[in-house]
Design a protein around this ligand. Structure first.
Ligand code: IMP
Ligand code: MG
Length: 179
């Protein structure tokens, strides 16, 4: 059943599942025989990371970072705060940052250079969603699930004010759902 606050579903559960299967093949191929660490950016990417890791056949480890997000607003504050850092060193290891969405690019632009300073063997980005028209920083993902229009979306890990993360699809909220 569709959540009553959802106006439109833009990506179904099936769309997402199919795309992750393809991303999994591409990433497995690229990192074959390498020591790959996934760095999942919480909280938004927890569901994507869980599905992506099960589509890969060569992951050495996964770790998590928590960075500041929007709170109850739908626009970025332009500042990034590390709330939880990685638990182990990444020097000389291949890092794939896994995030839910690149919007302005502020978060991933900051995070990529933050992690790069620890001298990993390589560092790439996988994002489920990309809103390229909103970009403020020069940053692109190496793996993109879907390019979407400039609309605020929820579901499949993405929230509005901590709600709707549990929806199995990605949708746009009805205007009356913003309070
Ligand atoms: P950026 O720093 O502007 O690229 O924003 C990245 C973060 O903002 C994402 O990891 C999300 O947590 C959040 N975000 C951006 N757009 C949306 C959206 O449409 N829905 C929910 N969260 C979003
Ligand atoms: Mg996020």
């Amino acid at each position: 059943m569709i959540n009553p606050n959802i106006q439109e579903i833009i990506l179904t559960e099936e769309d997402i599942k199919e795309r992750i299967k393809i991303l999994g093949k591409l990433i497995s191929e690229e990192y074959k025989g390498k020591d790959l660490i996934l760095v999942s950016i919480l909280k938004g990417s927890f569901i994507f990371s869980a599905d992506l890791i099960r589509s890969l056949d060569n992951v050495s480890a996964i770790d998590f970072m928590v960075v500041s997000s929007y709170g109850a607003d739908t626009k970025t504050s332009g500042k990034v705060k590390i709330i939880k850092d990685l638990a182990f060193p990444i020097e000389n290891r291949h890092i794939l940052i896994v995030d839910d969405i690149i919007d302005s690019g502020t978060t991933l632009h900051y995070l990529k250079s933050f992690l790069k300073s620890r001298n990993p063997a390589s560092i790439k980005i996988a994002t489920l969603l990309d809103k390229p028209t909103r970009r403020k920083e020069k940053i692109e993902a190496d793996y993109v699930g879907f390019v979407i229009p400039d609309k605020f979306v929820v579901g499949y890990g993405l929230d509005y004010d901590e709600k709707y993360r549990e929806l199995p699809y990605i949708g746009v909220l009805k205007p009356e759902a913003y309070n």
